[in-house]
Design a binder for this molecule. Sequence first.
Ligand SMILES: CC(=O)N[C@H]1[C@@H](OP(=O)(O)OP(=O)(O)OC[C@H]2O[C@@H](n3ccc(=O)[nH]c3=O)[C@H](O)[C@@H]2O)O[C@H](CO)[C@@H](O)[C@@H]1O[C@H](C)C(=O)N[C@@H](C)C(=O)N[C@H](CCC(=O)O)C(=O)O
Ligand SMILES: Nc1ncnc2c1ncn2[C@@H]1O[C@H](COP(=O)(O)OP(=O)(O)OP(=O)(O)O)[C@@H](O)[C@H]1O
Ligand SMILES: N[C@H](CCC[C@H](N)C(=O)O)C(=O)O
Ligand SMILES: [Mg+2]
Length: 515
Amino acid sequence: MHRLAVWNYIYRKGLYALILSFVLQDLAFERIQGDLNQEVSSVAFDSREVMPGAIFVAISGFTVDGHRYIPAAIAQGASVIVAEQPVELPLSAPSALTLLQVQDTRDALARISANFYGRPTEKLNMVGITGTNGKTSISYFIKSILDQAGQSSGIIGTIGTLIGEELRKNKNTTPEALYLQQSFAEMAQRGIDTCVMEVSSHALSLKRVAYSSFHTGIFTNLTPDHLELHRSMEEYFEAKAMLFDMTSRCNIINADDPYGALLIQRLRTRPAALLTYGLEQDADIYADNISYAIDATRFTAHTPAGSIELEVRLPGSIYVLNSLAALAWAYASGIPLETAKAGIQAVEGIKGRMEVVYRDDHNTVIVDFAHTEDSLEKVLSTLRPYAKSRIILVFGVYAAPGKLGLDKRRAMGRVAAQHADFSVITSDNPKDQDPDAIIADIAAAMQEHQGSFKGMVDRKEAIEYALALAEKDDIVLITGKGHETSQIIGTTEIPFHEAQIVNDFKKRQLLNHGQ
Ligand SMILES: CC(=O)N[C@H]1[C@@H](OP(=O)(O)OP(=O)(O)OC[C@H]2O[C@@H](n3ccc(=O)[nH]c3=O)[C@H](O)[C@@H]2O)O[C@H](CO)[C@@H](O)[C@@H]1O[C@H](C)C(=O)N[C@@H](C)C(=O)N[C@H](CCC(=O)O)C(=O)O
Ligand SMILES: Nc1ncnc2c1ncn2[C@@H]1O[C@H](COP(=O)(O)OP(=O)(O)OP(=O)(O)O)[C@@H](O)[C@H]1O
Ligand SMILES: N[C@H](CCC[C@H](N)C(=O)O)C(=O)O
Ligand SMILES: [Mg+2]
């Protein structure tokens, strides 16, 4: 049985039978047809996950229209249909079927899911992190601080949903409302105190986090990404800013970021406390005496509660900033600075973030999740002082569509040309797009900016080419996949493990040299 089905089953069996009118609390309707006084078993927004007695919510998607699957949902046993378009029920539909029309089914899905699972965010200390880059890293720093403080926490984000020791893969950084509410409920039921989650701009725009309440909101930065959905930086910013309409206790904002500065102005008059962090601008939480090294950064962190010496086991100013955000959260939560320090220092690394996957006397090979122009630029300039010789970059650009996809390819090509010594341009989840065309667009930008490069569609071959090319003291940097363990070509997901590819190649190389 599907995990969701099992959970729904257990939840329902273990607690209470849910009456439809209860699940629909605070939802506005345009039309109601049928009985609201019936028991419902579960909620689904995908016909393939419908169980008998389910509420099926039809979503008008980007690819297909979920209203098309209403007959399939009924055939699977749905007893309630929620739609945002006028719906003609099939003649075969059971007479007991209830049909509800609402203005916005994404909004309704969030409301219904929150109600179904007992509004679980009200039982958790919710921390939401938004911004283009740094969210995942901050969530792991905060979790580690909570571990040191002896408080339990769960994470929802790009690497997955972590509840207790179990890490489940997520399709999205911020899953759909139904899956979110289900995870919140599971955390609350297991007595977990704090949920630390990444809140993507997609989630905010597509109402995945509607009707969730947050105690704290954290804003990292805003640089071009996801413009295929948001169309302009202003819209992208307004999407991210929505998180701060949902926070009750504290907002923590990066003062160095220009959009952070804008947000700070806006949030001054809000009831939630405002804390700023930064390295360049005046901020409540800041750092000085920074000494950078490839494997650790040492600095003095200052907070209104005092100052403390800190070491972060990741390189570059981006991780100073990310750890300051976590420290700001600890300070706002009344956690002693010494405990926060122990938590930050206990983070040995974050999967796929500046992860050294191979090192010998000749070369260092690093895997990183940079997949935006800003993060790529930050990672390359972080590594530059430690590169005794060249930085050989292997990267691709994921399948962002249309004109904005082209802008992204061009921007990433420019950054690679300007900051890497040589690049192997390859595929990064080309999905339904032509990988050769993606590479050609990046290559054109690299040429324009006098970059040295080679294009190779097969990512494994591209990595091996870069490794073979590396001479003494070169750094090979492989970006875009980070923690990901697959390559998506068309709709097929092929297992892809970069650390393993690197180490297998290095083993073969050593054997060949030894012969
Ligand atoms: C652009 C976007 O966000 N798309 C999301 C959206 O897909 P969609 O609108 O294309 O869905 P669709 O395929 O048209 O289907 C429409 C409806 O019909 C239903 N359906 C479909 C088939 C069927 O047989 N039966 C059925 O009922 C579907 O369940 C859905 O409810 O709804 C899907 C179901 O929830 C999501 O998985 C999907 O995320 C895709 C995978 C995606 O790539 N999203 C990315 C862009 C995203 O959300 N990224 C953010 C930001 C990451 C970050 O910066 O950190 C994230 O939070 O991950
Ligand atoms: N504060 C930062 N500013 C700019 N780049 C950063 C920052 N922190 C990390 N990065 C870079 O961005 C990459 C992604 O970092 P991280 O996973 O923490 O961000 P994220 O916001 O969770 O990204 P996503 O939107 O993909 O979930 C890292 O691998 C690193 O290259
Ligand atoms: N969270 C990111 C993932 C991009 C990483 C890239 N490797 C890909 O999967 O396309 C996003 O939705 O933009
Ligand atoms: Mg993330």
